[in-house]
Design a protein around this ligand. Structure first.
Ligand code: MRU
Length: 369
């Protein structure tokens, strides 16, 4: 997508030195646009853990590049294979919920272990990381085209009046490589001239909605309004939401989805108000090994993210305390929305019911034998 007319992706290899990975440091958005360089596995692990990069598909892509860097580092190690496997474990331990992390590391290990010498491992790990990135871009583009049909239908039912879409967290291009998952249909519909407006949940505690989604929608000229996380229910009762569109970090084979904390409450409110609630995802987000959403590991992050808030103060990004100094806080980063509350899953292969039957109809290769 473009930032002030210049095309950008969220992760890439440096033009004049392909041993360096470059990323947009999302901690600084929307106030500062900072590009960071990652040159070691430790830096990659830190970037994922501390959320310089975030969002399920981007976490996976960053780990894939991390495995490439692991191969570069292994060149100077007496036991390259052990070194690479240790690096894989280190990267895997960074964030527990988004399954794309495991998916990307496994894909890289498959390619790396099948190569005999370290030079081939390096070459194939780089190629594979670049290919995973291209595939994610294509998946997101296709998700956008399928999701566009939903927005077109709602627009035509409204006789061309503004389609109001509510989204939670950031499932935009900054959570992926390009296009985004939940935002891809929005970009495609807007570019086609459909009149739309997006309600952006601020998404406490890290404010991915007000900081990142609002910023990227604004850069594309899409009308949007930031709301508090608790406002969605009232807006739905007031018939000011026509569609909810969110992403997911892990989808079970039965169609339950783990997404940013607060998603479940939006799904409940949408269900009660008979508002369509769709979840957009590339198939790399499906965990075919899990049946029940309650078995998805939920990340617990630091108390400080809840007790403090970061923002721009006198030209500097500052962190301020907003809770009593000694109060304890619990920072559950994700929740699980059961498939029964979801109108449909939008994937790169089409739209399906949020159930095992629905997913298998699009991905028959994953049926149990
Ligand atoms: O903690 P984050 O910011 O990594 O959480 C991101 C989300 O919850 C997104 O909605 C999800 O990854 C889908 S991204 C296309």
């Amino acid at each position: 997508m473009k930032i002030d007319g210049q095309p950008f992706r969220t992760i890439w290899l440096k033009e004049d030195d392909s041993t360096i990975v470059q990323i947009i440091d999302q901690r600084q958005l929307p106030h500062e646009f900072v590009i960071k360089e990652l040159t070691t596995v430790d830096e990659v692990a830190r970037a994922i853990r501390e959320m310089w990069v975030r969002g399920a598909p981007l976490i996976g892509a960053t780990a894939a590049f991390g495995m490439y860097i692991a191969c570069l580092e292994a060149k100077n190690n007496p036991n390259p294979d052990t070194y690479i496997h240790t690096a894989a474990k280190k990267l895997l331990s960074t964030r527990p919920t988004a399954v794309n992390l495991r998916w990307a590391i496994d894909k890289q290990l498959e390619v790396i272990t099948s190569q005999k010498n370290i030079y081939q491992k390096i070459e194939f790990a780089q190629q594979n990381a670049l290919q995973l990135v291209e595939e994610d871009v294509e998946c997101c583009r296709e998700i956008g085209l399928f999701g566009l049909s939903i927005i077109e239908t709602i627009s035509s039912n409204l006789n061309g009046a503004t389609v109001n879409i509510l989204t939670h967290c950031n499932a935009g291009w900054l959570a992926c490589i390009d296009w985004g998952t939940a935002t891809s249909p929005i970009y495609q519909a807007f570019d086609k001239g459909i009149d739309l407006h997006v309600w952006v949940d601020e998404t406490r505690p890290r404010n991915q909605g007000s900081r990142i989604t609002a910023w990227e929608l604004g850069k594309h000229g899409i009308p949007h309004t930031v709301i508090t996380d608790n406002a969605g229910g009232l807006l739905m009762q007031q018939k000011k939401v026509d569609l909810c569109l969110v992403g997911t970090d892990r989808t079970t084979r039965t169609g339950d989805v783990a997404n940013k904390i607060g998603t479940y409450l939006k799904a409940l409110a949408a269900f009660d108000n008979e508002i369509p609630f769709y979840v957009a995802l590339p198939s790399s987000t499906i965990d075919w090994t899990i049946e029940n959403g309650q078995d998805i590991p939920i990340e617990i992050r630091s108390e400080e993210e809840v007790t403090h808030i970061r923002g721009l103060l006198n030209g500097n990004i500052e962190k301020v305390l907003i809770a009593p100094k000694n109060s304890k806080a619990l920072n559950l980063a994700f929740d699980v929305t059961p498939g029964r509350l979801i109108t449909g899953l939008i994937t790169e292969r089409g739209i399906c019911e949020a159930s095992e039957k629905g997913l298998i109809s699009l991905f028959p290769e994953s049926a149990k034998t």
